[in-house]
Write a protein of this length. Sequence first.
Length: 331
Amino acid sequence: MTDLNTAVVAGTGAYLPEKILTNQDLEKSLDTSDAWIIERTGIRERRIAAEEESASTMAAKAGKQALEAAGVGPEDVDMIIVATSSPDVLFPSTACFVQNELQAFGSAAYDISAVCSGFLFGLSIAEQYLKTGRYKHILLIGSEVNSRIVDWTDRSTCILFGDGAGAVLLKRVEQKNASGVLSTHIYSDGSLSDLICVPGGIGRTGINKQDIDDKKYSIKMSGNATFKVAVKRMTQVIQEALQFNDLGIEDIGLLIPHQANERIIRAVAERLKYPMEKVLMNIHKYGNTSAASIPIGINEAWRSGRVQPGDTSVLGAVGAGLTWGSAVIKW
Ligand code: UT7
């Protein structure tokens, strides 16, 4: 690895479906309340994909925006990575559909399955390819159509999730100590795979009617246990990122956390002794969009001017697997 290359965010994009599902809408079909959802999660509404939309169609829209913002043509993209846990089909990868839609035929395109940490796992891969000098432009997208994999009768999970996509175009810049991705740290603990999962078997048991009837092809979560480990792991991995870069928390201009639950984010900020005013929050609008949540947040920060050249941000996520990770970006 040469330290002459950095991986710079050259453009961002996002796509959120038009349809809004509010807490009040959910009150009509579930034994829940707007007040409970806001108090326990911070979520007020979430977006739901239209019938003709899917992870690939949303990803392509977000990806196109990121390319346009970066001024990079589809023919110049070397790699497309789509982080998703709600792919269009089992295979081929959602990224191949995106490649076709964008006409980016010079790229290698594939998916990453690390659920809510997927964007950070993808960022870690992109960082290596760019810093080693192997590639010049990588389009990294998080896209989820969670509404198709939740059990709409399970009030403990369906209220949490939403659909959407976010994208960044990462560019290799040959310059020492330039801005860009300063670090990524990623981890997994397969002994905690039961905490959040879609248990229905594909290769394990084949898709079978009993599992479909038992709603095993939708998200199951041990909310409380996940909450505790999420706070612990996200705090730890952000601290590790700061230490690695010799930064103090006061050097961070914006924390962009995965949006799973407002209380998780507040608990992490409290442990880091970091002010909530400097935390990007959009969970009230979109709920938990899994792998899409961090790039949607990045796009919001980038386009609103909340991050300026020279600023430093830290990103953090925890997701099913269990997986977790962090990254530091200098804009
Ligand atoms: O993105 C990947 C990472 N995901 C996460 O990190 C999610 C982590 N977990 C959470 O966000 C929270 O655990 C939840 C929001 C899922 C649940 O909040 P909680 O404060 O942990 O509630 P709980 O599961 O302890 O349930 C408390 C009560 C229960 O009733 P009883 O047993 O005390 O009578 C639930 O049945 O709240 C009840 N409840 C609800 N009530 C109204 C659960 N869901 C609902 C609901 N509306 N939607």
